[in-house]
Design a protein around this ligand. Structure first.
Ligand SMILES: CC(C)(COP(=O)(O)OP(=O)(O)OC[C@H]1O[C@@H](n2cnc3c(N)ncnc32)[C@H](O)[C@@H]1OP(=O)(O)O)[C@@H](O)C(=O)NCCC(=O)NCCS
Length: 331
């Protein structure tokens, strides 16, 4: 820490609660190490993470104007940190708030959140998501395995009204169920890796039905990564699509220490409304899972889905449950 930088008094709720701590901005290239120590103390055992990934997610790897990071320091020891990324004109994503265990329940988290809200409010930000929308989020919501965080955000007016999941499957021996594939074939569906002649039709399909996901397909095609796009096709018509990815570039890769080696994923799976409820989507998911398995993936990660029971039919189980929502910055 640089002692010359200006510091501000923290906000201890009562005289017997905590020794006074100072809050100051975190500085890229300088504070990464101390925030990583803090991470290790507050979250490390359950959420092991590399120092590099933490620094990138918090915008501490290099100076980044869209990130706001604050640390709470007590006698130069970092006892708490908070960081957010501005993701729109009036919206930011909260990437992290953490307080070391021996200083929790003493108002440190509240002091950090209040200061962050004031800093963001001055920049015109009105709401904070719980990670969703960030360029390299750690989580896309609040994990329910962190009950102190849920209680803290509820206490501070957070609206946590949506549930979603990260799912995981050990797919070493996975084979797509024959009855499922047969049903899709009977309906005239074939599954395949995207070929250049179908790329325009796939992009039109995504634009029409899943505009939020279209940029990911545009990027994959622009990068020549056609082998990472799977489609369900009914003659010349695209009925469904999805994207494949692998560690270290797949969702969940930040948690590779927990998830283990040979990690892969598929996601943003969508089926056109006209072809739904005929088993096309589940057959596409089964095709993708077997495809992952044949490419050597052992653990398949399905990120940010509410289709818990649907994917359970292929053997996927809940890895973590999240509460999603927003925290008003301006009351
Ligand atoms: C969440 C966290 C940052 C809160 O920091 P903190 O400094 O302990 O929070 P505060 O003392 O300011 O708490 C303010 C209020 O939040 C609620 N709260 C905080 N921790 C709580 C807990 N463990 N159980 C129940 N309520 C809690 C209470 O209402 C508390 O007020 P009170 O102590 O007067 O009852 C801290 O528990 C932490 O670092 N947890 C591990 C990391 C983590 O889960 N981060 C979030 C990732 S999404």
């Amino acid at each position: 820490m640089n002692a010359d930088r200006p510091t501000f008094p923290g906000q201890s709720p009562s005289p017997d609660s905590a020794p006074s701590f100072a809050i100051r901005s975190l500085v890229a290239n300088a504070d990464g190490e101390s925030v990583y120590r803090l991470w290790q103390e507050a979250l490390g055992p359950r959420w092991p993470l590399s120092p590099e990934r933490l620094a990138t997610s918090l915008g501490l790897a290099e100076p980044e104007s869209e990130f706001v990071g604050l640390g709470a320091f007590l006698d130069y020891r970092p006892i708490g940190a908070i960081a957010a990324e501005i993701i729109g004109e009036d919206q930011a994503a909260l990437i992290l708030i953490a307080v070391v265990p021996d200083h929790q329940r003493r108002g440190v988290g509240t002091g950090l959140l209040d200061r962050l809200k004031r800093t963001l409010g001055a920049k015109g930000i009105r709401t904070l998501t719980f990670g969703a929308g960030a360029s390299q989020p750690l989580w896309h919501g609040v994990p329910i395995s962190l009950p102190s965080a849920l209680a803290f955000f509820e206490r501070h007016g957070g609206i946590l009204d949506e549930t979603s999941y990260d799912l995981v499957g050990t797919i070493t021996d996975f084979r797509a169920p024959e009855s499922l594939m047969e049903r899709a074939h009977q309906y005239g569906i074939t599954f395949e890796t995207l070929r250049p002649e179908f790329a325009p039709a796939l992009l039109a399909f995504e634009r029409e039905h899943f505009p939020f996901w279209q940029p990911f397909f545009v990027e994959a095609i622009a990068n020549g990564a056609l082998r990472d796009v799977l489609i369900a096709r009914r003659q010349a018509e695209i009925a469904g699509g999805l994207l494949l990815s692998e560690a270290p570039y797949c969702p969940g890769a930040q948690w590779a220490q927990r998830l283990g080696p040979r990690l892969g994923a598929f996601g943003i799976l969508g089926v056109a409304p006209a072809h739904r409820e005929r088993g096309v989507g589940l057959a596409l998911a089964a095709y993708a899972t077997e495809h992952r398995q044949r490419r050597g993936v052992q653990t398949c990660f399905l990120h940010w889905t509410d289709l818990r029971d649907w994917y359970s039919r292929l053997g996927f189980r809940v890895w973590e449950e999240y509460r999603l929502g927003q925290l008003p910055v301006v009351n």
